[in-house]
Design a binder for this molecule. Structure first.
Ligand SMILES: Cc1cc2nc3c(=O)[nH]c(=O)nc-3n(C[C@H](O)[C@H](O)[C@H](O)COP(=O)(O)OP(=O)(O)OC[C@H]3O[C@@H](n4cnc5c(N)ncnc54)[C@H](O)[C@@H]3O)c2cc1C
Length: 384
């Protein structure tokens, strides 16, 4: 019996994409200058609405979407170049990142014409920030077990329940939320529906969850009889599971899944200098070889998206290998250089190491845990 396999084809960036790289770098130099390593280490975590508007004005949000919805009809590979340049310098992109990466594409695919016209141009201008309302207190990996209910009411739905770990919900305009519209314990993947939820709706209460670093980025979002109008439902009632798995594929396939520790890698290279000892040279060489391979694999996923294929399996492989790579960098830096991680004091390298040592455990949780991804890969290969 032939075992299904995943495919990574070499993908060269077209000249248009490389030309764009120079333009993006000049923009970033002018806008951000040379950010300190601890700021660059925030990778896609920095929030700046004004910066997002400037990105929108340059045409770098919604790049691949149709022009009639405010997009720019550029290729997935050109978009890739913009993403990797943003990540490499730690540009504050998170006010538009979720909407550009997944909420916009979701609306493009499953939204009504009225929703596309209302939301996509504003997202592409960098004016609307979106959060992801999937996880609940007792439902993370087993997302189909969610219990937040959206019950039919005149003109829409009444929502009751709780979402958790909702990144940046407190400063987002909308949330794409997954609710249960029908309950049949024997068919938990059915009866789920996605909604566009205005985060300022009456009946929604948010409370901060402070993370390991002492920052507020997570929220607990409680819905108490919140009314969501009918025209804010995304797709058919009950079609939420199929839609949400498509959305997760957008979420998992980008360079943010292996570049989170890029700033620290740069500092490591600076520290070992031009004439590193044998151990340092071998360690850095191995990391760079892994980085180059991951980049090629990730580019290959972008190339497949560009060709209209559905590289879900390959995206899961890149995310699993990519997060392993990201997570080992702080440990390697610590072991190789013997420097202690610090917070708010110490050298650039120590502070970047401090920030990423606290942040790295989350890399293999956000966007689907390591174990869940490996389950997806095993299923894709016909092994389970
Ligand atoms: C930085 C960060 C940002 C996040 N942002 C958001 C957000 O914006 N919106 C949102 O909705 N959620 C968000 N999440 C939540 C995230 O999606 C969940 O944490 C994740 O899906 C895991 O769910 P859980 O925390 O409930 O853990 P659980 O599902 O309880 O898992 C606990 C452990 O058990 C393992 N496990 C579970 N099931 C299996 C299985 N079947 N086989 C093998 N092992 C298994 C898991 O891999 C994990 O190690 C975020 C999380 C992080 C860390």
């Amino acid at each position: 019996m032939a075992v299904p396999a995943f495919t990574f084809e070499l993908c060269e960036l077209p000249p248009a994409a490389e030309a764009l790289r120079a333009e993006v770098r000049a923009f970033l130099r002018a806008e951000l200058g040379d950010l300190p390593p601890v700021r660059r280490a925030r990778s896609w975590g920095g929030w700046d609405r004004e910066f997002s508007r400037k990105m929108g004005a340059r045409g770098w949000i919604g790049m691949t979407w149709p022009k009639r919805y405010g997009g720019h009809e550029r290729s997935a590979l050109e978009r890739y170049v913009v993403l990797e340049e943003m990540l490499a310098v730690g540009a504050p992109v998170s006010a538009h990142w979720v909407a550009d990466r997944q909420s916009g594409p979701l609306l493009l695919r499953f939204g009504t014409e009225a929703q596309r016209q209302r939301f996509l141009p504003a997202i592409a201008r960098g004016e609307l920030a979106f959060a992801i309302g999937m996880s609940e207190p007792d439902s993370g990996s087993d997302l189909a077990s969610i219990r937040t209910r959206a019950e039919r009411a005149p003109g829409g739905y009444r929502v009751n329940g709780t979402k958790v770990w909702t990144s940046n919900a407190h400063r987002s305009d909308y949330m794409i939320a997954l609710f249960r519209t029908h309950h049949d314990p024997a068919k938990k993947h059915e009866g789920l529906t996605q909604f566009l939820v205005d985060t300022k709706l009456p009946g929604i209460t948010m409370s901060p969850i402070i993370d390991l670093r002492g920052s507020h980025h997570f929220n607990m979002v409680v819905f108490e009889d919140a009314f969501v109008p009918e025209d804010m439902r995304v797709g058919e009632e009950g079609a939420g599971w199929k839609q949400v798995t498509a959305e997760l594929a957008f979420e998992r396939s980008g360079p943010e899944r292996y570049l989170s520790c890029f700033a620290l890698l740069v500092e490591l290279i600076r520290e070992v200098g031009r004439e590193p000892g044998e151990r340092a040279a071998a360690t850095v060489g191995r990391l760079i070889a892994h980085l180059a391979t991951l980049r090629q694999m990730s580019l290959s996923v972008a190339g497949m998206i560009e060709a209209g294929r559905n590289p879900n399996l390959e995206a899961a492989v890149v995310k699993d290998l990519g997060t392993n790579f990201e997570q080992e960098i702080p440990e390697i830096v610590h072991a190789l250089l013997g420097v202690e991680p610090t917070i708010d004091s110490g050298s650039d390298l120590q502070q970047a190491l401090g920030y990423l040592t606290q942040n790295a455990p989350s890399f293999s949780l956000r966007g689907g845990t390591r174990e869940i991804l490996r389950g997806i890969i095993a299923r894709g290969l016909g092994l389970r």
